[in-house]
Design a binder for this molecule. Structure first.
Ligand code: SF4
Length: 108
């Protein structure tokens, strides 16, 4: 006779739930990194945390009245995180400032 216990579906679900709960509690937060202005991609795209400081002679896309209205927080690639920063797909989901800008800006 065997001592092995047959596991029911309920046992498996309970164990799975416990594992998921444990991993959620034990896992450190996944706060995304903030893009720095000296990041190579940021430099290549003219990204700045403060769009009003963009050199519009160099980055003509942000010149003029229309350009002055371009900010990360109204860019189609910006996903707001609710704290003045948002994830940007150009930077693989790292955070950019809502008031920032880069030359890849696309209207929402
Ligand atoms: S692509 Fe859009 S959200 Fe991303 S850095 Fe450039 S302007 Fe900001």
């Amino acid at each position: 006779m065997s001592n092995s216990k047959k596991f029911t579906r309920r046992d498996v679900l309970a164990a799975s739930g416990a594992l998921i709960a444990t991993s959620l509690v034990a896992r450190p937060s996944f706060a995304a990194d903030k893009v720095t202005e000296d990041d190579p991609t940021a430099v290549a795209l003219g990204y700045l945390h403060d769009a009003t400081k963009v050199d519009t002679a160099k980055w003509a896309k942000r010149a003029g009245d229309a350009g002055a209205k371009q900010f990360c927080n109204n860019c189609a690639l910006y996903v707001d995180q609710g704290d003045g920063w948002g994830a940007c797909s150009i930077f693989q989901g790292r955070l950019v400032a809502g008031g920032g800008w880069c030359n890849a800006w696309i209207a929402k």
